[in-house]
Design a protein around this ligand. Structure first.
Ligand SMILES: [Fe+2]
Length: 257
């Protein structure tokens, strides 16, 4: 297992709206495909000022293209295609007014519940690219019939990308489930900041394990707020950052608008 030290020169509390605080270079990824930058519709950016500030940080960290993915989680964030696409227009306008020039489009992070299974039947869903659909599970409870759910998504013509597999604690003692999911055509997305220990040591260990086994397809910031931006910046000071640069993530294949 890996045993390197974290970078120690992190600027706790430093305001990341200032460009000089940002040193990480994620240009090798090209596109970030998981974030919460649409103002006021989930637990990410709350104002258009937040949206602009966070997206400016992403641009300063070398990203060239953003697919932002608000939660669609019926009990907490009952977003629809309309709330997301209308919110996107406001963000794009605010970026333009503030001189931040980076292509941003929107998909969604679909929480798998009864509501999701319903809209899967009824609607055209928002995809990351082509037919690729970002889905997340409950952090509390292991889903019943996960294979059947993923199969159902596939029969509807989508290719599921499971968001942050490393964060589901009920899978921590049985990570072979991720190899099974991959063999069934499910893609996996790493939350980059998991590698800093941001979500805890076990999550970090599982992220490193899945990375070393080559099981990830995408790498995403899952950025909600400035603390995530600060933590993402820290990833560049980890030894594993060099491995990330060499890893064949699919992010750069996502086309710009
Ligand atoms: Fe997310």
């Amino acid at each position: 297992m890996f045993s390197w030290l974290f970078g120690s020169k992190n600027k706790q509390g430093k305001n990341l709206q200032h460009a000089e605080a940002v040193k990480a270079d994620f240009s090798f990824l090209g596109t970030d495909m998981h974030s919460h930058f649409i103002a006021g519709i989930d637990d990410g950016a709350q104002t258009l000022g937040d949206s602009v500030s966070l997206i400016r940080n992403m641009q300063e960290m070398g990203f060239k293209n953003i697919v932002t993915t608000p939660h669609i989680k019926f009990d907490h964030y009952p977003n629809t295609r309309e709330t997301i696409l209308n919110g996107l227009k406001e963000v794009q306008q605010a970026l333009h007014e503030n001189g931040v020039h980076i292509p941003v489009r929107a998909a969604a992070e679909y929480y798998i519940d009864d509501h999701f299974m319903q809209i899967l039947e009824q609607e055209e869903l928002l995809t990351i690219q082509g037919n690729e659909l970002l889905v997340e599970l409950s952090f509390m409870f292991e889903p019943l019939g996960l294979n059947e759910i993923m199969f159902k998504i596939q029969t509807k013509g989508y290719q599921p990308i499971l968001a942050h597999p490393e964060r589901y604690s009920f899978f921590h003692q049985k990570t072979e489930i991720f190899e099974q999911l991959k063999s069934r055509g499910v893609m996996l997305q790493l939350n980059t900041i998991a590698l800093t220990g941001y979500y805890g040591k076990k999550v970090k260990d599982v992220a490193e394990e899945l990375l070393s086994k080559g099981l990830y397809d995408y790498c995403g910031s899952d950025m909600h707020h400035p603390r995530h931006a600060e933590t993402l910046n820290k990833v560049a000071s980890l030894k594993i950052f060099e491995e990330l640069k060499r890893y064949p993530f699919r992010n750069s294949r996502i086309s710009a608008i």
